[in-house]
Design a protein around this ligand. Structure first.
Ligand code: HEM
Length: 481
């Protein structure tokens, strides 16, 4: 070990084993407790390897960016996901990943997403009937289900803009949810795999997976056979050519990338929106300022593509929502060789787990970290932020490919939902975390909505302003400006 290397605190195996029942219920609480006791980086001594948990932005930067080539996704995780999702962006590494990423990434550049605003807005408008009914009946409903439904419909229609039969669509949605639940359960409790083999659950999931694949294969085949041009993700994937061979993706590659985009592209967005609405319902001053911005920028019209960048406060609200409740709350990488940064030594083969939830609430990087203060994402306040202290979409070369898509979608949804409806939290409900693959609310979030008559454009600037006393942070660029 280098003479300047720190000895990291270790959480002993026994302590870890004793915390398993709690860990299964709420890992965030358990990890936060370990951080409180041991500082920003500690080692969890596990039987087969050391896991370095960190809420240190500098170490996250080392792993994601500075020495990113030295880190790969853990084999166990890739194996578990690829069993159902196949081999695509989320589940591959090395040369294959790089090649696929270079080919797919241009399709997700901001300028190439413009035409999706219309598709997204159409789905939002279709969804309004449901909201209208909920408002007229004053029904109590769990917003997380509705956000899952709308974000699923949006990603499905952007992947394939040709009308998918309603039955096929709801089957894909059902199958995707069942598979993700299965992956989350067996990922956290690997011994369940043997039990699921015995009780037939494994077989049921394999059959569902096959059925889902067939629906997507049918979409691909239909599209290939048709003559019409379509402006959607499937079309973008079909037009991709490998430079060396001038060949396109195989049918299986198309299937895998489509499944990955569907999976990665809706539950994350649904959770981000659910938590943001939860926060907004408790902060009328933020909601008021949001309404003011919508009225000023859009009047009574739907936001146009050009107006999205002007809806700055709307974006800040979403960014702050994802800071407090990052949908991807933790991630992990395996060191391919020994590494060292800031005196922290990482041995070859050990896993580093950047605890995004903890980085986002670390008082070293954030003033009043537990408070909901959207203006901390204003351009001025972002200027001096520590790099990699804000990671809702990850960082470095494996940054979420759908980040611009997601921000655009969430802005459009939030504008519609807030300007047309008042969102009220049902009193005395239990809100808790269910940190599976994404950070879900364990018991949902129950709300009632009321229709707003019309947006009033304020003349007297008397809307309460959100708290702006945010200390500038240290040295970096905000990823969104
Ligand atoms: C609020 C919404 C979203 C959040 C918070 C989010 C978060 C993330 C994070 C943290 C990663 C990196 C994981 C890691 O490094 O281990 C990631 C990767 C990815 N995301 Fe997203 N995501 C969102 C929306 C989307 C959407 C809408 C799409 C597709 C349209 C998408 C597609 C992907 C893909 C394909 C990857 C893998 C990229 C690669 O490894 O090259 N995501 N996402």
């Amino acid at each position: 070990m280098n003479s300047s290397s720190k000895t990291l605190p270790k959480v002993p195996r026994l302590k870890f084993l004793m915390s398993i029942p709690k860990l299964l219920k709420n890992p965030i609480e358990v990890f936060s407790g370990f951080f409180d006791k041991n500082g920003d980086t500690f080692i969890l001594d596990q039987s087969d390897m050391d896991v370095v948990f960190t809420q240190n932005a500098e170490l996250a930067e080392q792993v994601f960016q500075k020495n990113g080539r030295n880190y790969s996704k853990p084999d166990k995780q890739k194996k578990l996901l690829s069993e159902y999702l196949g081999k695509g962006l989320l589940t591959s590494d090395g040369e294959y990943w790089l090649k696929q990423r270079r080919l797919i990434q241009p399709g997700f550049k901001k300028q190439n997403l413009a035409h999706f605003t219309r598709l997204m807005q159409d789905k939002i408008d279709e969804f309004d009937e449901r909201l209208n009914n909920l408002a007229s009946s004053n029904e109590v409903f769990d917003i997380t289900h509705d956000f899952m439904a709308i974000t699923f419909n949006i990603i499905a229609s952007c992947i394939s803009s040709t009308k998918i039969e309603t039955e096929a669509l709801s089957r894909i949605e059902f199958i995707e949810v069942e598979i993700m639940e299965h992956i989350a359960k067996t990922g956290r409790l690997p011994f369940l795999k043997s039990w699921y083999k015995l009780n037939g659950e494994d077989k049921r999931i394999a059959e569902l997976s096959k059925e889902g694949d067939q629906i997507i294969y049918d979409l691909i085949d239909e599209r290939k056979a048709g003559k019409e041009a379509h402006n959607d993700i499937l079309n973008m994937l079909l037009n991709i050519r490998y430079e060396e061979t001038n060949e396109g993706f195989s049918r299986k590659q198309l299937l895998d990338e489509m499944k990955i985009l569907i999976t990665a592209g809706h539950e994350t967005t649904a959770n981000a929106l659910s938590w943001t609405l939860y926060l907004l319902a408790q902060h009328p001053e933020v909601e008021a300022r949001l309404l003011e911005e919508i009225a000023t920028v859009c009047g009574n019209d739907k936001p146009s593509l050009e107006q999205l960048p002007e809806l700055e406060y709307t974006k800040m609200v979403l960014q702050e929502g994802m800071r407090l409740y990052p949908p991807a709350w933790i991630t992990d990488r395996v060191a391919l060789e020994d590494d060292e940064t800031e005196g922290i030594k990482i041995s070859k083969g050990s896993t580093v787990a950047p605890f995004i939830y903890g980085i986002h609430r670390n008082p070293k990087y954030w003033d009043n970290p537990e408070q909901f203060i959207p203006t901390r994402f204003s351009k001025a306040n972002c200027k001096n932020r520590t790099k990699f202290s804000y990671l809702p979409f990850g960082g470095g070369p494996r940054l979420c490919i759908g980040n611009n898509f997601a921000m655009m979608e969430m802005q459009l949804i939030l504008v519609h939902f807030i300007r047309h409806y008042k969102w009220k939290l049902v009193a005395d409900q239990k809100i808790a975390y269910q940190p599976l693959i994404t950070l879900r609310p364990r018991y949902g979030i129950k709300m009632q909505i009321e229709k707003r008559e019309a947006l009033l454009i304020s003349n007297d600037n008397s809307f309460p302003k959100a708290n702006q006393s945010v200390k500038p942070q240290t040295d970096s660029k905000c990823p969104f400006h």
